[in-house]
Design a protein around this ligand. Sequence first.
Ligand code: 45D
Length: 323
Amino acid sequence: MTLTIQSAQSIFSNTQVPSLIPATIALFDQLNVDDQLAYLWYAYTEMGKTITPAAPGAARLQLAESLLTQIKLMSPEEQTKVMRDLASRADTPISRSYGFFSVNTKLAFWYELGELMKKGLVTPIPVGYQMSPGVKVVLEATQKLDQGQQITVLRNTVVNMGFDTSELAPSSYPKSDSEPAFQRTTPTISSVKIEGITEPAVLGYIEAMNADNFDAAIALFTPDGALQPPFQKPIIGTQAIAKYMREEAQGLNMMPQQGICEVRGDGSKQLKITGVVQTPWFGVTVGMNIAWRFLINPEGKIFFVAIDMLASPQELLQLTRVQ
Ligand code: 45D
């Protein structure tokens, strides 16, 4: 029996319980552009009372510097227009450049704009802005989420901004090939123990990822293997996975706790592991409850791994198969 990505996606299908994250983002998407910007400002400043992201390194800020410099020199009205263009994904030079940024450069750009807003050098909310009731609805929905879910909502709204450059030739706008490194703030977690799991590919995966050793992690996959990040389609093939990891999986602390392993008729194995992941943006202050769902082929290689955000901490213990 050959393994297919489509069938792999449905292993432990009870993991993907309806999440409040896409529901909150759907509410956000319904707001008009000014309300979206106001929501982000209120949500970010409210969150800032308990947690704040680490300042991005100089190398990363440099990638966003030319846009930030342009914006600093603008009038408040022009600054507002730039932000409206980004939020509405308009086709403008700035919105295009932003569209080519990696996820972490997009976050660094907004981090710095937020700092400039606090200093009064960039205008936070359009002059004469009147908040519509919808903003309160989305803010209240956000307050019900745990911190890991809140930062995921913020991250995803930032990622969705800017002109969609996926159909454009990558060379037409400046983009840095090499993603700056994230400074690890905590000691590398080296020896991995997961209750109920002895599968070498899984233990090796976690160990490699915790050391940002993406070559070692990639070597554990089949050439046609796939990785499915939270709320995304599978990324297929080791080359595409390697690119994704360099851009988005740096500096993560992965702390798997427990799991189950089931051997299938053809000798392949399906495993579900739950645990906590920390992002370098927030370090040890925010833990995200997640599940990994692995499909390992009979030769012990990773054919598929899905990463899912859990709806609640209770799901960490939800390790039975319902089918
Ligand atoms: O518009 O095994 C202002 C994978 C107002 C890899 C603002 C993984 C105006 C494989 C406030 C200025 C990666 C999939 C905006 C595992 C305005 C694997 C600014 C999982 C926008 C486990 C807003 C990893 C700002 C996971 C500055 C789950 C917002 C990683 C900043 C999750 C928000 C990482 C930040 C997350 C959010 C990081 C910095 C959720 C960072 C979130």
